[in-house]
Design a binder for this molecule. Structure first.
Ligand code: UDP
Ligand code: MG
Length: 141
């Protein structure tokens, strides 16, 4: 089993799409290990997306990610990282495959509804960024 981090971004909650996204996650065979709604500070969003600090879209990305609450969740499945990226679809919804969350729901390349870790190493880092050990234990038997 592998874990990955999912985020329902501010556009997802503002447009009342969180339930639909979570339904797709459950139908996709993921186990939701941990989940919470939070409002990111600019500093938190900046650290989370540190890899994009030099990109032209970075300031806008921080504006977007802090404009409203997000739902962060830890998903578990065999090949969770790849599998969640596949369910999300490509960053640009115009290039995302049919039936993916971004193709069906996203308004643009920037406001694209969901986040997913891009490697098992980044998944571990991103999960630890948002969840404590005790929060990760809540769903265990
Ligand atoms: N983004 C953007 N413009 C771009 C590329 C990315 O606004 O040209 C935003 C978009 O919200 C994306 C996020 O920055 O989801 C992180 O970019 P990344 O390339 O990591 O895409 P992802 O991993 O989310 O598919
Ligand atoms: Mg990324």
């Amino acid at each position: 089993m592998q874990r990955t981090l999912a985020i329902c971004k501010p556009d997802c909650l503002a447009r009342s799409l969180a339930g639909q996204v979570l339904s797709r996650i459950e139908a996709g065979g993921f186990r939701i290990v941990a989940m919470k709604m939070i409002r990111l500070t600019r500093s938190q969003a900046g650290h989370f997306y540190d890899v994009h600090r030099e990109k032209p879209f970075y300031p806008e990305l921080l504006d977007f990610m802090t404009e409203g609450p997000v739902v962060v969740a830890v998903l578990e499945k065999g090949d969770a990282v790849e599998s969640w990226r596949a369910l999300m679809g490509a960053t640009n919804p115009a290039q995302a495959a049919e039936g993916t969350i971004r193709r069906d729901l996203a308004e643009s390349m920037s406001r694209n509804v969901v986040h997913g870790s891009d490697s098992p190493e980044n998944a571990r880092r991103e999960i630890a960024f948002f969840f404590s050990e005790s929060e990760l234990l809540a769903a265990e038997k």
